[in-house]
Design a protein around this ligand. Sequence first.
Ligand code: ZN
Length: 209
Amino acid sequence: MAIYDISLSISESLVVWPGDSPVCVTQPRHIDRGDHATVSHLEMSAHTGTHVDAPAHFIQGGAGVDTLDLNALVGLALVAEARDADALTADVLAELAIPLGTERVLFRTRNSNLWARGLQEFDEDFVAITEDGAHWLIERGIRLVGIDYLSVAPFSASIPTHRMLLQAGVVLLEGVNLSGIRPGMYQLVCLPLKIEGADGAPARAILMD
Ligand SMILES: [Zn+2]
């Protein structure tokens, strides 16, 4: 069985959302300095790198990431390629031949090339799901949507896509690196950290075939 790690590495050089504090990793205790153990301290946004959004991210009183249904986060997932798309609109999604009954879909777009090239700076021009694209996914009964950049929604229109999908109970997996992944069906395992009541959490996400 092949295991593909589609998670971004968390490091101080990881690109973060504009305005979010950058990742900061320190070692308040270190064996090099005579301490009996090395202990790292992490400082970062809950939406760092590969992460899951919870309803609380955009919906007042919404559920926290710790209450998300693990059945949505683990199971068969389609990696669908939209290589030439500038936006994932309803029309674009309809062309992708997503089989009826698909519950989880991860979109491989030109965004993945950014990770492959070793992205240094935030790119506002990433491919994301438009409002009518979100509507299409909800109508199709999709339970989990993954995207290969830090947001499912376009940079200039964050609210509608997030709100619609989260309101409909769709789990959002953001910041996956699909640059080495061929389109097709895989088993997805995505486990966000169990942070009580949090609006999101970093996750390790893998695909298996
Ligand atoms: Zn997020």
